[in-house]
Design a protein around this ligand. Structure first.
Ligand SMILES: Nc1ncnc2c1ncn2[C@@H]1O[C@H](COP(=O)(O)OP(=O)(O)OP(=O)(O)O)[C@@H](O)[C@H]1O
Ligand SMILES: [Mg+2]
Length: 287
């Protein structure tokens, strides 16, 4: 069963210079408990696809068309307050800039508690406290009872990112969207955080939309891969198929842009794809 189905999504930005079709006729779905990765270069529309699902597109952006079905319910038809209760409840997101998404003025525990207050109204204060401690424990924060009262600046980058994951997972969302959640972390911590996300996903059966530039991360975490190029999907495939047999010239170019392990420094930015080729001139959505 698909938890989410995005159908023919179009999210455009208008300016005096014209229209920027940031997401143009994009369709994909995520089965229960599975991970779909969106890959593509900077500006290809990955974050805007995610923000569209979260109902966070603001002027000059507008969703021009399509459907976003969460277990059959079209999110694009919800009122603002309906969408607010979906956000952080059935769907939650770890944002691309983790350092700015925790509020520096509140303790770590308070921030997880706020989300529980909104979305798990049946819990009382004491039950919520235990849930927060459990969430911190689950993401591997040492001394969770003490850390409850710490402010974000007291934590390391890796710990802050774990707290972000704890905030996002505390409400046991059906869908977790993670936008480059590990890019700011060093490689060892990154591997730990990915392992952790996979474990939480296994335990809770959460579906995941994972956005990354890093094909090594895709290899580690994806069931299905969506390749975006200038607002379009150029190829969709299972992770296995994509790495073994990339079909679209753009996907091939992306895969060629990963240096061979051991030979060169590992790159996380896909910036070596040839700009002189118009990859949209090839057939789209191969497979
Ligand atoms: N607030 C905005 N106003 C106008 N245009 C925007 C806005 N946000 C994004 N865009 C445009 O939408 C397009 C897609 O941007 P998006 O942020 O989705 O890229 P991305 O694939 O996430 O890139 P990155 O890998 O750098 O995060 C880009 O052309 C970008 O300039
Ligand atoms: Mg982005």
């Amino acid at each position: 069963m698909n938890i989410i189905e995005v159908k023919n999504l179009k999210t455009y930005f208008y300016s005096d210079a014209g229209v920027n079709k940031a997401v143009d006729d994009v369709s994909f779905s995520i089965p229960e408990g599975k991970t779909v990765c969106i890959v593509g270069e900077s500006g290809s529309g990955k974050s805007i696809s995610a923000m569209s699902i979260m109902g966070l597109i603001d002027k000059p952006g507008i969703i021009e068309g399509g459907e976003i079905l969460l277990e059959g319910k079209d999110l694009l038809k919800l009122s603002d307050s309906g969408m607010r209760s979906v956000r952080g409840g059935e769907v939650s997101m770890i944002f691309q800039e983790p350092m700015t998404s925790l509020n520096p003025s509140y303790t770590v525990g308070y921030q997880i508690d706020e989300s529980l207050k909104l979305h798990q109204k049946h819990l009382n204060k004491k039950e919520r406290f235990e849930k927060v401690v459990e969430a911190l424990e689950l993401v591997g924060i040492p001394d969770p009872r003490e850390k409850y009262r710490e402010y974000p600046f007291k934590l390391s980058g890796g710990q802050r990112q774990r707290v972000m994951i704890a905030v996002a997972m505390a409400c046991e969302p059906r869908l977790l969207i993670a936008d480059e959640p590990t890019t700011a972390l060093d490689v060892t911590i990154q591997a730990q955080v990915l392992e952790l996300m996979k474990k939480l996903q296994r335990d809770k059966g959460t579906s995941m939309l994972f956005i990354t530039h890093d094909l090594a991360v895709v290899y580690q975490i994806a069931d299905e891969v969506v390749v975006m190029y200038r607002g379009h999907i150029v190829e969709k495939a299972s992770a296995k198929e994509l790495f073994a047999d990339p079909r679209h010239p753009y996907t091939k170019a992306l895969l060629n842009s990963i240096p061979t392990p051991g030979k060169t420094v590992r790159k996380s930015r896909l910036d070596t794809v040839d700009d002189s080729v118009d990859y949209l001139s090839f057939p789209k959505e191969i497979r």
